[in-house]
Design a binder for this molecule. Structure first.
Ligand code: NAD
Ligand code: ZN
Length: 347
């Protein structure tokens, strides 16, 4: 089969011919119907040799931690899913046995790393291939009648902002202001979720006029350029602040200056992006009573809830389609900030 693989540190990914995998006992093979490209993949492919080695991901590695497919073959003992079923892969898999996992919070399993359990496409072969193996049927969420290509990105670009917003609900009361920084794959879904789930005034920040227009199209009440004047402009045109919650889908020191300028007593500072940060936290480093969070992906039941938001038309992902052959071009556009919404590879 064909697979889009990261082969050598620092080099662009390549489409390669690899053996079609067979499901072992308890495993499920999917015929992949769509796979999304995330900035986290770009982040991983931007690591130096030394940093990549520290992550411990094998090479070559098939990319893609957003995946949907049709159940194609069952390993011995698998009964919970049926051949032909359309399913989505829950990525942040845990051990499946501890209390967080029992609650569906496999994204916070304390044992996964030590057990060598990694998400598809981030340590284990992922979804950017004609077929993929899923370790356990509990990780497969029924897609039902949702279109695979239009909805595959919900497995991360939907689930991660949903988990982030849900954790801030107590802050997002009527009259509050929520700020979304970075209206890309995750951020444009975050804007829609804030509109669907809260009565907050939603303000978006990004770096180009076309992104600001996009932010307004998906429901932002206001959109401004993300620069050193952003907090001032929000104070003048939206209100004096502080923001109730700031969702940062970039997270680097420059952007954190904006996050802090928007924050005050009791702001929820939600840092989702994977940029590097050097910053003092604690009583002398941040507004009194503010909260800094670094949410990771989301829970298994939350993915089901995200699909309900899609099913009821409250959230849609703007997707740009690519063939597997054009997968490297999808990552190039993602890296260069040229996408509107999410790049989805259809094998
Ligand atoms: P993306 O490239 O699709 O979107 C990023 C957006 O940020 C783009 O619209 C870009 O124009 C904008 N941007 C860049 N610099 C900016 C700045 N200085 N100010 C404002 N906007 C700026 O990326 P994505 O796939 O949506 O991922 C966003 C981030 O979230 C990445 O860092 C990714 O690694 C991270 N991520 C984290 C989790 C998690 O679980 N915490 C999950 C998935 C992705
Ligand atoms: Zn991701």
């Amino acid at each position: 089969m064909k697979a889009l693989q990261y082969v050598e540190v620092g080099k662009a990914p390549e489409v390669r011919e690899v053996p079609t995998p067979e499901p072992g006992p308890g495993e499920v093979r999917l015929k992949v119907t769509a796979a999304g490209a995330c900035h986290s993949d770009s982040f991983v492919m931007g690591l130096s040799e030394e940093q990549y080695t520290a992550f411990g991901y094998p090479l070559p590695m098939t990319l893609g931690h957003e995946g949907v497919g049709v159940v194609d073959a069952l390993g011995d003992g698998v009964r919970a899913v049926e051949l032909g079923e359309s399913v989505a892969v829950y990525g942040p898999q845990g051990c499946g046995r501890c209390k967080p996992c029992a609650e569906g919070s496999e994204n916070y399993c304390p044992h996964a790393a030590a057990m060598g359990i990694t998400p598809p496409g981030l340590g284990t072969d992922g979804a950017m291939a004609e077929y993929m193996i899923v370790r356990d049927p509990r990780l497969l969420i029924p897609l039902g009648d949702l279109d695979p290509v239009e909805n595959v990105a919900l497995t991360d670009a939907g689930l991660t902002p949903y988990h982030a917003v849900k954790g801030s609900m107590e802050f997002l009361v009527p009259g509050s202001v929520a700020v979304v920084i970075g209206v890309g794959g995750l951020g444009h879904v975050a804007v829609q979720m804030l509109r669907a789930m809260t009565s907050a005034t939603v303000v978006a920040l990004d770096v180009s006029e076309s992104k600001l227009e996009f932010a307004r199209e998906v429901g932002a009440h206001h959109a401004f350029l993300s620069d050193e004047n952003a907090a001032q402009r929000i104070a003048e045109e939206v209100g004096p602040g502080p923001a109730a919650a700031v969702f940062d889908f970039v997270t680097n020191d420059k952007v954190l200056d904006i996050v802090y300028a928007l924050s005050g007593p009791r702001t929820d500072m939600v840092l989702v992006g994977a940029g590097a940060v050097e910053r003092t936290v604690g009583l002398l480093g941040q507004p009194f009573g503010s909260r800094v969070r670094a949410p990771y992906w989301g829970t298994r039941p939350e993915l089901m809830e995200v699909f309900e938001l899609a099913r009821t038309g409250q959230v849609t992902v703007e997707t740009e389609r690519f063939s597997l052959h054009d997968g490297p071009e999808a990552y190039r556009k993602l890296h260069d900030g040229e996408l509107r919404g999410r790049a989805v590879v259809v094998p």
